[in-house]
Write a protein that binds this ligand. Structure first.
Ligand code: HMG
Length: 390
């Protein structure tokens, strides 16, 4: 049975920071951010967006009535969860008006969560071929103002419907995965900002990529020449390039050229959004699919997922006939074009504006946020969500 990505949606908040201006404000050479890190703009989450609203907004654009009926499993991949107990999936399920006879869970392993969700979804569809699974990768990356990680923040979500006979990409076997207990990046329960050993995290990312790629080649018999492109988890757009460069000499010059060119296309959206953790790999896939004109049915895309701590996985997928027809290219162009730049002072103010953690109620001004689904406040320790379209 063919199982894979039937639909893919994306949402990022309506405001962003220009990376050159951020560099100037931090007394850093702008080229370090735009070339050395490879980021041009960084999405900023207003207080009315959290991991639930980002995910629900990403899903809203792809879900139709048939999906509402057939989705019987919602998997919320995130490391910015809003509750230690209740899953974000339950809120999204309600906000989208999905069939009550559904499972709804949250999956956590840093940026790897959505990949774990997709692989679980594959198993679920294999057992229940008529059903569909909604997989969400949704996060707000926060390291703190004036920290080395600041230039690699971001916010957004990718939503995917996984089904049999998918319209966009069939997920292939085999998959190769790897776990090793390391402290490259983590966020203790008491902190709303990540802790990170930056250089070590870069090294481990590359080491994980090399290990899973070697094992994948041995298990699948596939090589670089069999990949039209490789999409990477992109904490910042230079990172995947560093990993790709370590294996490029395995291929002929033509293949190297193709992979490098397609890599650039696969980073266009991420370059203007920043790290969205669980959704980053799938935003890179979306960037490739929506911005590369000559991709063909049957083209194979390699996928490298990395979640600090750490779990890595390499797998592949093949593009389906007329896949482009099922993408929301104009919708995503409009989403980017409608965004507004905020000054560094405004960004700092928004960054520091956090929700109360002492049980105090709060009512938020939802009119300043153009998103369809927003957080309107907290009452009696319960987050209040509004779907403006319902
Ligand atoms: P840093 O110390 O500020 O930067 O931290 P740097 O000194 O390493 O410089 C970065 C690059 O800019 C270097 O390029 C410099 O040469 C270059 P490289 O040698 O690495 O290719 N550079 C310049 N280029 C052009 N013109 C200039 C210039 N100056 C310098 N004038 C770091 C960078 C990424 C470590 C930091 O931002 C950080 O800690 N970020 C967070 C951690 C991270 O993103 N790690 C990535 C791998 S781990 C991962 O992907 C998982 C993650 O997503 C979390 C999860 O799984 O949940 C993070």
């Amino acid at each position: 049975m063919k199982i894979g990505i039937d639909k893919i949606g994306f949402y990022t908040p309506h405001i962003y920071v220009d990376m050159e201006k951020l560099a100037e404000a931090r007394n850093i050479e702008p080229a370090k951010f735009t070339i050395g890190i490879g980021q041009s703009q960084m999405a900023v989450a207003p207080i009315t967006q959290d991991s639930v609203t980002l995910a629900a907004n990403a899903a809203l654009e792809i879900i139709d009535d048939e999906d509402r009926e057939k989705i019987d499993f919602v998997i919320f991949g995130s490391e910015s969860g809003i509750d230690h107990s209740k899953s974000g999936a339950v809120y999204v399920h309600q906000l989208l008006g999905l069939n009550p006879h559904a499972r709804a869970i949250e999956v956590k392993q840093a940026c790897y969560g959505a990949t774990a969700g997709i692989q679980m979804a594959k198993g679920h569809i294999a057992l229940n071929p008529d059903s569909k699974v909604l997989v969400l990768g949704t996060d707000i990356a926060r390291y703190g103002l004036n920290t080395p990680g600041e230039s690699t923040q971001g916010a957004g979500a990718v939503a995917m419907v996984i089904s049999a006979n998918p319209k966009i990409m069939v997920l292939e076997n085999p998959n190769v995965y790897l776990t090793n207990d390391i402290m490259d990046f983590w966020r203790p329960i008491y902190s709303d900002k990540a802790f990170v050993d930056g250089k070590f995290s870069n090294e481990q990312y590359i080491l994980f990529f090399n290990k899973v790629w070697e094992a994948f080649k041995a298990k699948s018999g596939l090589e670089l020449k069999d990949m039209e492109a490789i999409c990477y988890h992109l904490p910042y757009t230079k990172m995947g390039l560093k990993a790709l460069r370590t294996v490029l000499d395995e291929a002929t010059e033509d293949v190297q050229e193709r992979l490098l060119e397609n890599y650039q296309v696969s980073t266009l959206y991420n370059r203007n959004v920043g790290n969205i953790y669980t959704g980053s790999l799938y935003l890179s896939l979306l960037s490739l699919l929506e911005n590369k004109d000559d991709l063909q049915e049957g083209n194979r895309i390699g996928m490298f997922s990395y979640g600090s701590g750490a779990v890595g996985e390499f797998f592949s997928g093949t593009l389906q006939p007329n896949f482009k027809q099922y993408l929301n290219i104009d919708g995503h162009r409009s989403l980017f074009n409608a965004r507004k730049e905020v000054s560094i002072e405004e960004y700092e103010k928004i960054f520091e504006e956090t929700l109360p953690t002492d049980g105090t109620d709060i009512e938020l001004d939802i009119n300043r946020d153009p998103a369809s689904i927003v957080l309107s406040g907290i009452m009696d320790n319960k987050r209040q969500y509004v779907n403006k379209k319902r």
